[in-house]
Each structure stands twice: as C-alpha cells, then as structure tokens.
Design a binder for this molecule. Sequence first.
Ligand code: TYM
Length: 360
Amino acid sequence: MDTNQDKKKVVLSGIRATGNLHLGNYYGALNKFVRMQDDYDCRFFIADLHALTTHPDPAMLHANVKSILAEYLAAGLDPEKNILYVQSDVPEISEMYLLMNMHAGIGELMRTASFKDKARKALGIAKPGAGADDDDIEKEIIGNNHNKSVNAGLLTYPTLMAVDILIHHADFVPVGKDQEQHLELTRRFGRRFNSFYKTDYFSEPVNFNFGGQAVKVPGLDGSGKMGKSEGNCIYLIDDEKTLRKKVMRAVTDQGPQEPNSTPTEPIQNLFTLMELVSDPSTLEHFKQAYADCSIRYGDLKKQLAEDILKVTLPIRERILDLRDNDEYLSKVVRRGAEQAREVAAKTLREVREIMGIRKF
Ligand code: TYM
C-alpha cells in the first residue's frame, strides 16, 4: 500500500447483495471504483444488511454476496489497493446505526423517494401520475401498513447508508444518480449530529463522477432506469447469445418521421447506452442517420450489442474463474473486514464518547 495513504481522500461505496451486477451498477458505480483505486484511499463493500430490507431467501443471500465479490474483483478491483469487505462483517456499523437512528426523523425518512417506491411496490400501490398528491400516497402507506414487508429496516435504510459512509469519514461516495437523495440525507444527518453535539466531527461527503454528471443508465424496455426489479437489465455475467438477444429485442419506435427530429425515449435510451460503450464516432454515425431518417434500428442494435460485449465478455470470463474460488474470496474479505473494523471501531469509540456513553 502507498505510504501516502493518510493524505489521500477517502472513498467509500457499496452495492446491495441482491443479485448479479448489471450495466447500471457498472457505469453508475463499479467502473468508477476501478478508475479511482490508484488515486484515492478506497473502501468498497457489499451491502448484505441493506439487502435484508427486502427479505431475500436466506439460502440465496450468501451466494449473492459471493457473486458480487467475484464481480468486484473481475471488474478490476485490487484487494492490495482497496479495503474490500462485507457490511455484516463489521458489527460496529450496526451499533452506530442504532446510535444514528436517534437523530433520524420518521417524517424525513418517509419522504425518501426510495422508501416510497419500495413501499408502493410492497403494497401494490400504483405510482402517482402527474398531478397526483404524494401526501395521499404517504397516508396510504401508513394506513395500509399491516403488511410487514414495509418494515422499519426499509424506513431506516438511509440511516444505515449514512453510517456506512460516516463511519469511514468518506470524502467521496461514487454512486449513480438514484442514490443522490440518500447522499443528501447522509450530509444532513452528519450536520445534525455536529450541531446537536456542538462538534465538527463529521464532514460532508459528495458523489464523484470525474467532473461529469451523475449517471443514470437506462433499461432496454423503452423507459426508466436499468434496475434488477424492472426486468430490463444487461448483466455482466450474461453470455454472448443471451446478451445479443436482449439488445436485439430492445424497445424502439416506428422510426424518425421527419429529418432532425428529437429522438423518442426508447431511441434516446439506446443512444445513451451507446455513449457509454461505443466510440464517439460510432454514436455520431447513428445520430446522423437518425437525423437524416436513414437509420436502421437493426444495425444500431447489432453495433450496440457488439460494443457492450467488448466490455462485458472479458469481465464475464474472470467472474467464472473467480466465483468458485472460495479460498481466495474468503481470504480477501477476511483481510478487508479486519482493516474496515479498525477504522470503524475508532469512529464508533469517538461517537460514543461524543454522545456521552462512557465505560465505568
Ligand atoms: P444499489 O445496490 O441499488 O446499486 C449499486 C450502485 O449502482 C448504481 N446504479 C445505477 N447507476 C446508474 N444507472 C442505473 N440504472 C443504476 N442502477 C444502480 C447505484 O446508484 C449504486 O451506486 N443504497 C445503495 C447501496 C449502499 C451504499 C452505501 C452506496 C449502501 N450503503 C454507502 C454507497 C455508500 C444501493 O442500494 O445501491
């Protein structure tokens, strides 16, 4: 490890253990982790406690943790350069989560977009259309909450995420656009702690995008972001045939109706994916073809599949190599847990002290 480690900015991020990683996770998060590992003091983890909020099959949870670890390593994260660990291996996080919850308001947690989304899904409530009153949805969530799947862990999800970040005193938190509200809450909880205990203990972590905008990777179904629960994903582990089939089936439209028209959402989504994986000249070629109405969506999709495969196939091969190497995987996270616990124990000790918890 670099001897200048202490001077480097601290980077912290994680991914929930809920299944294989897709292109959204890759371009929103993992690819940034890999690109940051040489220049920052990086800590990356697998959020298995967060995964519990949506009640995974206990038989699957460990397999999911393992596959994400294999995917981290396959994408190029080097355990010699980063601290790589599993969230539940660091019990200090759970204790600090309890302490932090004393300063998290139920109202602000209930207004978090991700909570409303997950609660809506669990209760089978449709998303409010334009003009719908979001307060009604909140009332419905409270009123209908006999359903235990809208659990307190789901509500306090942002507190746990804030603790993941604050326990490392992270400066940068590379995440996709969908996590920015959680990051805002993290800053708010840190500020509140500081002002309540009259300290400047926590600083304010920010997203990191190499100077660009936060990324939102679209799905293949014409609208919205790529997400595990949307069934619109391209996975890093997809084999060539599956991946080509998915891309060739992506939703399109009937083609541009007049020159220089603005692309419809499904086509813009394909362009956005192309922007991530293809040469700028390739994207320009298809945009031009759209503008002069000569575009053939079949050609666009074929090229897109080709360029995605160039990114994912080498990663897929390494995942297959790594994922059954239990000895190596457990060595990586055992060491990572030790390193992460050292940091976490120090923060927890100091937080307890600030809050007035003292030993006899
Ligand atoms: P999770 O597991 O949902 O997603 C992991 C990362 O992938 C990004 N992502 C996307 N980015 C762009 N476009 C998409 N379509 C897309 N889909 C997913 C997410 O933004 C995220 O960066 N709460 C977090 C996990 C977490 C965490 C943390 C992250 C727990 N504690 C502390 C950072 C720091 C989550 O559910 O991510």
